[in-house]
Design a binder for this molecule. Structure first.
Ligand code: S6P
Ligand code: ZN
Length: 192
C-alpha cells in the first residue's frame, strides 16, 4: 500500500465547494429523468426549460484500498419535479456490508434509506446532523428546503456503488411537496 501524505481540505458549508479543488461531478435532470415519479413533467421541463442542475458532488478520491477513507460534499439545489423534491440518484454500496456517515452542513434535507427486504427509514437532516447509514441500507438524499441542502459524507474506499438496483426498482418512498410541507409517501411504481 502506497503511503499518502496527510492533507487538509477547506469545505464551504453553503456551497460544498472544496479548496483546493478536488474531483467534482454534476448530475442534471437528463441523468435521472426516469427516476422521478412524474416522467411526463420531467420530459416537459427538459424540453421547455432545459437540463437543470439537480446536484453537484465535490469529492476526495482515494485508491480503492482497505483503510482508505474517501469523503465528499454534496449540494442538492432547491426545487422539485412535479412536486417531488430534488434528490440524488441513490445507491447501495457494491459491498453492502460497508456503512457511511453523513453530516449536514447547510439547508434542510431528508435521508431516505431502505433494505432489499423492504425496510424503510426517513431521517431529517439540518446543519449539524450526523446521520449514520448502516451496512445493507440503500441511501438517497432529498432537499426539502427552499435553499441548497449541503452535506458531507465519509465512506470506506472499497464500498463501491451499485446504482443499477435503484435505477431498476426505484425507492419505495417519495418525498413530495404538499401544501408547503414535505410529505413522505409510498412510491406506487416501486418494485416489491
Ligand atoms: C457515497 C456517498 C455520497 C453520494 C453523493 C451523490 O457513498 O453516499 O457521496 O455519492 O451524495 O449521491 P449518488 O447517489 O448519486 O451517489
Ligand atoms: Zn453511499
Amino acid at each position: 500500500m502506497k503511503l499518502i501524505q496527510p492533507f487538509v481540505t477547506e469545505v464551504n458549508f453553503e456551497s460544498g465547494v472544496f479548496t483546493p479543488r478536488r474531483g467534482v461531478y454534476q448530475r442534471r435532470l437528463s441523468d435521472m429523468a426516469g427516476m422521478y415519479a412524474d416522467r411526463e413533467e420531467a420530459a416537459r421541463i427538459l424540453a421547455e426549460e432545459g437540463d437543470r442542475l439537480i446536484y453537484e458532488v465535490h469529492i476526495v478520491q482515494l485508491p480503492a484500498e482497505e483503510g482508505q477513507i474517501p469523503h465528499g460534499a454534496t449540494r442538492i439545489l432547491a426545487g422539485n419535479i412535479g412536486g417531488e423534491f430534488h434528490m440524488t440518484k441513490g445507491h447501495y454500496h457494491a459491498r453492502r456490508e460497508q456503512g457511511e456517515v453523513y453530516f449536514g452542513l447547510s439547508g434542510r434535507g431528508m435521508l431516505l434509506l431502505e433494505t432489499v427486504d423492504g425496510k424503510t427509514s426517513e431521517l431529517e437532516m439540518v446543519a449539524g446532523s450526523a446521520a449514520y447509514v448502516p451496512p445493507f441500507w440503500a441511501h438517497r438524499t432529498v432537499n426539502i428546503g427552499a435553499e441548497d441542502f449541503v452535506f458531507f459524507s465519509v465512506w470506506e474506499a472499497r464500498a463501491g456503488h451499485d446504482y443499477g438496483t435503484i435505477e431498476r426498482d426505484g425507492f419505495r418512498k417519495l418525498v413530495m411537496l404538499r401544501d408547503g410541507w414535505a410529505v413522505v409517501v409510498d412510491n406506487p411504481k416501486a418494485a416489491g
